[in-house]
Design a protein around this ligand. Structure first.
Ligand code: FAD
Length: 454
């Protein structure tokens, strides 16, 4: 059997790659270890609720997101979050405070100290940083002050990376922020200048809105899989290995769902699985080189979907609540998906998504279901302050050992090694969230770029 392109991994990156490759007339095969498609991205209908096992919302941060939904509009509809989702709550001492969204609220908020409020006003005149490996935490403290680090950036990085701001270099983890300082000398001046830049019609599709798919992200995955075609996706396909052929191209071997050995040849092979899976998939790469790729650190995350039947007048009208590490809570954050999107819970009910673990607490992956249930139950009353008669109706625990890659200093060497391998082995593409961004919009962009290439 011969294919134009073989994609390993049927998550968002793999399916988007396969979708565009097929759309441009290529003969595609997707090889997936699990017995379902979607990777981290799965929705579950449990009782009257829709829970996401992985991502809950993305940002339309590039045109590729809008374009993908447009191509798939017969099968899935983009769901834009309600305006109230712009509100983010931050825990300080005994309760929540709204994260400031403009200069007025930044002056009145109890989240930042008076000294740092003045510091924020002086940000445009602060000196540009010179250390390319300066961590997000160091840069924030230098430009905006310690309380801004503790009560804005630390919880933000927990929410996005499940990470620690003192471990992530800004250049690698938040390149847009890094470039604002480097190009314009200031975040504030840079943001104002960027907003004034003229945009192409295509750029305007990057609306920066928060999105999901109507009925949950599982519907986006199902739509992609439908277009790729069931016959082109090998599920429960184990132990794939790639072998370069002497005259160019590759042989890809795997064991199918019936235990039969399958061999397929191709000119182009794209890996989209995590760095930890690559040593066995690409055994022809020397250990010293592979180590530079597979040493990527991942933050584990436990996500818990919670359905509550009757919260009557206690609904939170916000995107979610975050708990700064300084506040020493067992929860990183709690999202309110039913506050953002319709159809996720019954009328008087609510869905919540608890985020737990992260780079600071990997040991929590080993907590028992009972421990998580106790934590969620306690949090409903001690953190969310629901009355004692508000109880969990449904609950599902999703454990992700390799949830979010941490783009630390080793990334430079990883990217250089990948570039070098890809030029020595034409047709081999090492993709996925080990590079190019951790969010869904990044994954769609990468898949669209690779799938549309010749
Ligand atoms: C809990 C959680 C919450 C998140 N929240 C958000 C969010 O709110 N917003 C956002 O933008 N992003 C979020 N993300 C990130 C987002 O989910 C990812 O960017 C995206 O889903 C990754 O897609 P992917 O295809 O690159 O990887 P994956 O989804 O990991 O897909 C890789 C696929 O490869 C398969 N695979 C692995 N090894 C092999 C092998 N040896 N052979 C064959 N197949 C293999 C896996 O089974 C999997 O299906 C979150 C992630 C997690 C875990």
């Amino acid at each position: 059997m011969n294919k134009d392109i073989i994609v390993i991994g049927a998550g968002l990156t793999g399916l988007t790659t396969a979708f565009y490759a097929k759309k441009s007339g290529k003969n595609v095969l997707v090889i997936e270890r699990d017995n379902v498609v979607g990777g981290q991205m799965r929705s579950y209908n449990i009782g009257d609720y829709i829970f996401e096992g992985g991502p809950s919302t993305g940002v339309v941060s590039n045109p590729d997101v809008a374009e993908l939904f447009d191509y798939l509009k017969e099968d899935v509809e983009m769901d834009i979050a309600r305006p109230s989702s712009k509100c983010r709550l931050i825990w300080k001492k005994n309760g929540f405070h709204t994260l400031p969204s403009g200069p007025k609220s930044a002056v009145t908020t109890p989240l930042f100290t008076l000294k740092d409020k003045f510091r924020i006003l002086g940000e445009p005149w602060r000196k540009r940083g010179t250390n390319p490996n300066e961590k997000v935490g160091e840069l924030t403290r230098r430009r905006l002050g310690k309380s801004f680090l503790d009560y804005a950036v630390d919880p933000f990085l927990s929410g996005v990376y499940a990470g620690d701001p003192m471990l992530l270099p800004t250049r690698l983890a938040l390149p847009k922020l890094y470039n604002l300082e480097q190009e314009y000398g200031s975040f504030i001046r840079g943001s104002i200048a960027k907003a004034k830049l003229s945009k192409t019609e295509r750029d305007k599709k990057a609306t920066k809105q928060l999105f999901s798919a109507k009925g949950g992200f599982g519907n986006l995955i199902a739509a992609l899989a439908k277009h790729v075609g069931k016959e082109n996706i090998a599920l429960s396909a184990h132990d794939p290995t790639v072998v370069p052929l002497p005259d160019g191209g590759y042989e890809v071997k795997y064991t199918d769902e019936n235990g039969k050995s399958i061999s397929v040849t191709t000119k182009k092979v794209v890996t989209t699985c995590g760095a930890y899976a690559l040593p066995s998939i690409l055994p022809f790469i020397a250990k010293e080189e592979m180590d530079k790729i597979s040493n990527l650190v991942y933050a584990p995350v436990i996500q818990i979907g919670v359905g509550i039947k009757n919260v009557e007048n206690h609904h939170y009208k916000a995107f979610g609540a975050l708990f700064p590490s300084k506040e020493k809570k067992d929860v990183l954050g709690i999202l309110f998906p039913s506050a953002c999107f319709g159809g996720r819970a019954p009328e008087a009910g609510e869905t919540l998504a608890f985020f737990i673990g992260g780079i600071r607490h990997p040991e929590m992956l080993d907590w028992t279901d009972e421990q998580f249930k106790t934590l969620v139950n306690d949090s409903l009353h001690s953190l969310l302050k629901y009355p004692s008669d508000v109880k969990i109706d449904e609950m599902r625990i999703f454990r992700h050992r390799y949830a979010i890659p941490q783009y630390q200093e080793s990334s430079d060497e990883r990217y250089a090694t990948i570039e070098s391998l890809q030029s020595r082995y034409p047709g081999l593409i090492i993709a996925g969230n080990l590079r190019g961004g951790i969010g869904m919009a990044d994954r769609i962009k990468q898949g669209a770029t690779i799938g549309n290439e010749d």
